[in-house]
Write a protein that binds this ligand. Structure first.
Ligand SMILES: Cc1cc2nc3c(=O)[nH]c(=O)nc-3n(C[C@H](O)[C@H](O)[C@H](O)COP(=O)(O)OP(=O)(O)OC[C@H]3O[C@@H](n4cnc5c(N)ncnc54)[C@H](O)[C@@H]3O)c2cc1C
Length: 1001
């Protein structure tokens, strides 16, 4: 273990506690602290005053009032703002503008509010502009193009103006000059300067950000008013740790302390020497504990070198359920090290992202509140706690909400605590101007500094914040919301969460599988414990006699299993799901040991298997039940589905649990008995799952495991006369072999469900966000060491942005960790076996001679016992057609494209495979058209192309990629069934009594 690395401190409670419990604790902390009617009395004049001076017409509040982001128009404007400035060529800019403006109705008659006339004019102007824009994907005539260029130029200007509203200045020197000017009007004003930019993906970007922060600190120090003003009087620099280190993640704790900590400490030293504050911004919840551990390490050094400075700070988000405990933890640190902190209390800027992460991860709850007013309650509780700790922490209250501000002022004055308010530049100025009429209240403005390209992500966060119906600034601008409603007491807890918990994502019928937040120590510990204990049990090799005996047993067992009521078979699957869900750690550990998968991949795999069991149980009950059919009177018609007989399920090693389980339980629930042949490399996982199915109630004569080589055992199973169906996932050549064997058999024609490989591509145009592209590419091409049939093999980047994307990609490649899959820090583990290793290595060797090497992950030396590690690598090729075979490993081909994107799709189609395709574009109609033309099973837009979720992204392709139907989709089970209709002449015994009875008066 690294010498810099302190043991993670367990300072915070579980992040996913029930919301009601956390809110009750927050309310208890506020007991007797607040007089809300007095808060309203104080805040009402601020609201009225701010409304009497509405934001100017060009301000974002005014725009979003007209077009809230919940409307098509608001969404179109947000998407334009996010993408347009980075588009390098006019044609694409026109296409993007046409696409976004084209899908919204800017209706001049609907415009109202204080700037009605101007709003009507601008709505008319936008409507008129649309006439000059071609259809997004259609070539435009010259005249139309000339008009379109003007529209786009005007839109770019408008977005730059919007950006300017939120970005204080383009350079730190400009910002300081601007600040000095503003301070002449408002002498008490302080600033927290932030050098814009989002998380670095590469070391080069991180070093650049570090340089920008260092330079900014120097500049702030030089432009400082002078004298030691203490934390309250000094200017401040805000830093984002994710900008300073590309792997600022819990899983990379060792590197974070070895590499990021010295960088931040360097900045802290500079700030302390320059006598300014430094504040660490708050980012995503899964980095919270890591950020506190870093703060602790910094505090220890500050105590040694700058004990009287008091300028070290961080932001704390109160939408997090752990806000109160964070405040206490910082106070405890202050006591322990004998220093004081500054602490900025914010509500939080990543709420939607946190909700999505919890849902996707199947986490036990949300780390943030789901009711807006719970965030407000927690803010006030944290504020009260901060005020209590004011001797240790200088409190900075960052909010634009008049009610929140009035409550803070009330509580702080009761205690005689010094504090300051903070607002973001470009937001909440109206309210703050009113509040600051009281000269005793101090204020600091958060002043982002940066160029246009860097401001886009920040701009979108501000758009979301200003445009969300729940936000105070949005409601303030809406005269229809009365001051009483605006200032209503939040102190009334809701009893139930506003959103269904992640477990209930799929509604009442099907529980979501339980996931693990690996950043949470309490949740990952059972996995680590299981890793210590797990044994890969030997699995006996089946003989030809075993095959014969098993097939005979399964053939006999079929009638009884098929005759079981559907509900009983479905219930068996549900029991299996629950058992597996509860044993996730043990299965993960086994997957790590037997299949060499990383822990994150193992969690996803076990969850997928659980989802398969539950989904197919539901689907069976819904789709396989008897279905009455319409017909003439005097006759009943019934469509019934039942099992076909013995199904042979042959699965691969890359998903030894999920694919194995999916095939087997689908066949079983449809009424078949199953001969399951796992991959030679991974029989132990399969054996354990088969045992679990038996434990759940699948009879011994309904399911048999037959482990052995495909050439002998697999071939014997396929060729067996009792085989009534084959379900296979693996390579295209083996699928062909199986198909031929089946075709050569006498007797009934046996159906084959084959899911095979893919030459999967991702098309990136010049509107895409490079950071998002690189994240998606790294996950899709290299996770699981590229050993997924959905993995990305071919990246097609538009020539105008290719250099930048490739450079970032290579930087990101260099940051990956290749190594032991049992180590949490590992991104890419070994490939499955020696044969795979030699195969991939020789392909890579060949590519080194034939293609241009772009970048590869350096392999760490000195990894004893770690064989078969293949370094993730990217090569540039000239033509798509050069790609002919699937290399089942972490090898990416990159090609540049220009001209018509439809040609690219045609070339990808011509490869003959059709599994997954990624599209990265902000032109929605382009994404749609690509999806329409592409002959692939799964199209993913603006995300990675792996990790299909059962029942959400049914998985499977066409062409060389498989026969379908898609696994985890609504059509899958039918293929395992035989059909029967039963027609009964209900009048056979005489007349049509029913008809006669119905016709009687
Ligand atoms: C000086 C300054 C620095 C900042 N630094 C950071 C930072 O480091 N990190 C960071 O994350 N943010 C930061 N912010 C952004 C800040 O989080 C937002 O500006 C703030 O949330 C707006 O709060 P408000 O009181 O002005 O608005 P309000 O409208 O009263 O509150 C908005 C808050 O409610 C939350 N919310 C909305 N709907 C719900 C719901 N259904 N359930 C629960 N909560 C909901 C929003 O996510 C948001 O946090 C900073 C803001 C300022 C002013």
């Amino acid at each position: 273990m690294n010498k810099h690395l302190p043991a993670p401190a367990a300072r915070l409670p579980f992040p996913y506690r029930p919301e009601a419990e956390v809110v009750a604790a927050a309310l208890a902390a506020l007991q007797g602290r607040l007089d809300w009617p007095a808060v309203v009395d104080a805040a009402r004049p601020w609201v009225l005053g701010a409304r009497a001076h509405p934001a100017p017409f060009w301000a974002m509040e005014s725009l979003l009032r007209e077009y809230p982001i919940s409307s098509a128009e608001g969404l179109a404007l947000m998407r334009l703002a996010e993408a347009l400035l980075r588009v390098p060529d006019a044609e694409t800019a026109i296409a993007l503008t046409a696409d976004q403006l084209g899908r919204a109705e800017f209706d001049a008659n609907q415009a109202d509010g204080p700037w009605r006339m101007l709003s009507q004019l601008s709505a008319s102007a936008i409507s008129l502009s649309k006439k000059f824009l071609p259809d997004a994907e259609q070539p435009a005539g010259l005249l139309q193009r000339l008009g379109a260029r003007t529209v786009v130029a005007a839109t770019v200007r408008a977005i730059q103006l919007l950006g300017r509203q939120f970005v204080y200045a383009r350079t730190i020197t400009e910002a300081i000059a601007e600040g000095q000017g503003q301070r002449r009007q408002q002498p008490g004003l302080r600033f927290s300067f932030d050098m814009l930019g989002e998380g670095a993906r590469t070391e080069a970007a991180a070093v650049e950000y570090l340089g920008a922060y260092e330079q900014a600190i120097e500049a702030i120090a030089t432009g400082r008013a002078g004298g030691n003003a203490g934390p309250a009087g000094r200017d401040e620099i805000s830093v984002k740790l994710s900008a300073l280190f590309p792997r600022y993640e819990e899983a990379q704790r060792e590197r974070v302390f070895a590499e990021l900590l010295p960088r931040v400490w360097g900045l802290v030293q500079r700030a302390a020497r320059a006598d300014i504050n430094i504040a660490i911004d708050a980012e995503e919840c899964d980095r919270l504990e890591l950020s506190l551990d870093l703060l602790d390490a910094l505090a220890e050094r500050v105590a040694a070198e700058f004990p009287h400075w008091g300028g070290l700070g961080l932001a704390v988000q109160t939408y997090q359920t752990r806000g109160l405990e964070v405040v206490d933890a910082v106070a405890a640190m202050a006591r322990r090290h004998g220093i004081t902190f500054v602490l900025r209390l914010v509500k939080g800027a990543y709420w939607d992202g946190e909700i999505k992460r919890a849902q996707e991860g199947g986490l036990p709850g949300y780390p943030v509140f789901t009711h807006k007013h719970h965030t407000d309650i927690n803010y006030l509780a944290c504020a009260a706690r901060l005020i209590d700790h004011h001797q240790l922490i200088y409190p900075q209250f960052a909010t634009h909400n008049a009610g929140t501000i009035a409550a803070i002022v009330q509580m702080a004055r009761q205690q005689g605590a010094a504090f300051e308010l903070q607002r973001l530049h470009g937001m909440g100025e109206g309210i703050h101007n009113e509040v600051l009429k009281d000269r005793s209240i101090a204020c600091r403005v958060y002043a982002p500094v940066g160029e246009h390209r860097d401001l886009l992500a920040y701009l979108v966060r501000r758009l979301l914040e200003n445009g969300a119906n729940s936000s105070f600034v949005h409601q303030l601008a809406d005269a229809a919301v009365s001051p009483e409603d605006l200032l209503a007491s939040p102190l009334v807890p809701a009893t139930a969460p506003a959103l269904a918990l992640p477990a209930a994502l799929f509604g009442a019928a099907r529980a979501n599988s339980t996931g693990v937040d690996l950043a949470c120590a309490a949740m990952r510990q059972p996995l680590l414990d299981a890793l210590q204990r797990v044994q890969v049990e030997p699995v006996p090799l089946a003989t030809a006699e075993d095959v014969a005996a098993a097939m005979a047993r399964l053939h006999v067992g079929f009638d009884a299993w098929n005759a079981r009521p559907l509900a009983e078979r479905a219930a068996t699957l549900r029991r299996a799901a629950d058992l597996l869900d509860a044993r996730l750690p043990q299965y993960c550990a086994l997957l790590v040991k037997e299949a060499h998968k990383t822990l994150g991949d193992c969690v996803a795999e076990v969850r997928e298997a659980v989802d398969f069991c539950r989904y197919y149980a539901d689907q069976a009950e819904e789709r396989l039940k008897d279905q009455p059919l319409p017909g003439p009177t005097g006759e009943s018609n019934l469509l019934r589905l039942h099992g076909r007989g013995v199904f042979v399920c042959i699965s691969p090693w890359n998903f030894p649990l999920a694919i194995f389980a999916g095939q087997v339980v689908a066949a079983l629930v449809a009424g078949n008995t199953v001969a399951a042949k796992p991959a030679e490399q991974t029989p132990a996982v399969a054996q354990r799952f088969v045992a679990l199915l038996h434990e759940a109630g699948v009879p011994a004569d309904a399911l048999a495991l037959l482990h052995g080589p495909g050439e002998t055992i697999g071939a014997a199973l396929v060729a067996h006369p009792a085989t009534a169906g084959v379900c296979f996932t693996g390579s295209t050549p083996v699928a062909r072999l199986i198909n031929r064997t089946l075709a050569a058999k006498d007797g009934p024609i046996v159906p084959l469900i084959a899911e095979t490989g893919g030459l999967n591509a991702m098309i990136v145009d010049s509107t895409a966000l490079p950071e998002q592209v690189v994240d998606a590419v790294v996950q899709s091409a290299f996770r699981s060491a590229g050993q997924r049939c959905s993995a990305l093999r071919l990246l097609c980047v538009h020539e105008s942005v290719a250099d930048g994307v490739i450079q970032m990609l290579c930087g990101a490649l260099a940051e990956l960790n290749v190594g032991d899959p049992a180590d949490l820090a590992t991104d890419v583990g070994p490939v499955i076996d020696d044969e795979a290793f030699h195969g991939i290595s020789s392909h890579v060797q060949r590519l080194r001679g034939q293609a241009r090497l772009l970048g590869e992950t350096p392999l760490k030396s000195g990894m004893p016992g770690m064989a078969r590690l293949v370094a993730p690598v990217a090569f540039e090729i000239v033509r798509i057609a050069e790609l002919q075979t699937e290399i089942f490993g972490p090898v990416l081909h990159v090609v540049r494209w220009g001209g018509d994107v439809n040609d690219v799709v045609r070339q990808i189609n011509a490869l003959g495979y059709g599994l997954t395709l990624g599209v990265q574009t902000r032109i929605d109609s382009r994404a749609q058209r690509i999806a329409d033309t592409a002959r692939v099973g799964n199209v993913y837009v603006n995300r990675n192309i792996i990790g299909a979720v059962v029942g959400v992204q049914p998985f499977g392709g066409e062409g060389l990629s498989g026969t379908g139907p898609k696994a985890g989709g609504p059509h899958y089970l039918y293929r395992f069934c035989a059909e029967q209709t039963v027609t009964v002449n209900t009048t056979a015994a005489g007349g049509n009594a029913e008809l006669l009875a119905g016709l009687a008066p």
